[in-house]
Design a protein around this ligand. Structure first.
Ligand code: DX5
Ligand code: ZN
Length: 220
């Protein structure tokens, strides 16, 4: 079994010291950079856009995992590929033709991810599971960092893992929102592969050490 991954969410970084925080992630045991792009329409918040991502990519030395919380994401697939995104995740709820969107992401050389809101049942992904490189199960309502974890997530992870096994797919399961050292192990045991952690990492006194602790918890 491949080792389980931690993806710190840059949304919780100090934007006035962004290079410092990017370098911290580079040097830490973290696996990916999780980048939250919000448009103020799909979610009731605006985060940051292309110029900020460009500067993050300049310094980042690890996989760039972009989570688009925007309507009609097809408009920006090429833009995010050109910016250096390695994984591009769109929301199920924002895509009328999800299968087409997934093919378009892959045609640009990126891994294709699908995020689902807390109310969206994992079974809706079964018909395209072999086309999805990563499913991001939202364990909070998207739009803000620092919210509390929705307990029903464990059940969703178990159901999705069954669908992946049944279809012989290699899809990774990512969990996004409210991840801490209290739920990390249980999420991995339920079948998760990647845990996004924003506030828990960046609001801690020693983010580098917090990442190390999370990695230990999920890989033992
Ligand atoms: C929420 C974002 C998350 C967020 C997670 O809409 O998708 O990636 O940054 O932050 P925490 O870990 O603080 O819940
Ligand atoms: Zn996210």
């Amino acid at each position: 079994m491949a080792s389980k991954r931690i993806a710190p969410s840059v949304l919780a970084a100090d934007f006035a010291n962004l290079q410092r925080d990017v370098e911290m992630i580079n040097k830490s045991e973290a696996d990916w950079f999780h980048i939250d792009i919000m448009d103020g329409v799909f979610v009731p918040n605006i985060s940051f856009g292309m110029p900020v991502l460009r500067d993050i990519v300049k310094h980042a030395t690890k996989t760039i995992d972009v989570h688009l919380m925007i309507v009609d994401p097809d408009r920006y697939i090429k833009t995010f590929a050109d910016l250096g995104s390695n994984i591009l995740t769109v929301h199920y709820e924002a895509c009328t033709h999800l299968h087409r969107t997934l093919q378009a992401i892959k045609a640009e050389g990126m891994k294709a991810g699908v995020a689902i809101n807390p109310h969206t049942n994992v079974s809706l992904l079964e018909d395209v599971i072999n086309d999805i490189d990563l499913v991001c199960i939202m364990s909070v309502n998207p739009g803000f960092g620092g919210q509390s974890f929705i307990e029903n997530t464990y059940e969703k992870v178990k159901q999705l893992r069954k669908i992946i096994v049944k279809n012989n797919a290699s899809t990774l399961i990512e969990i996004d929102g409210g991840v801490t050292n209290k739920n990390a192990k249980q999420l991995i045991d339920a079948g998760a592969d990647v845990l996004v952690a924003g506030s828990f990492v960046f609001k801690s006194t020693d983010p580098n050490q917090t990442i190390k602790e999370l990695k230990e918890i999920i890989n033992t």
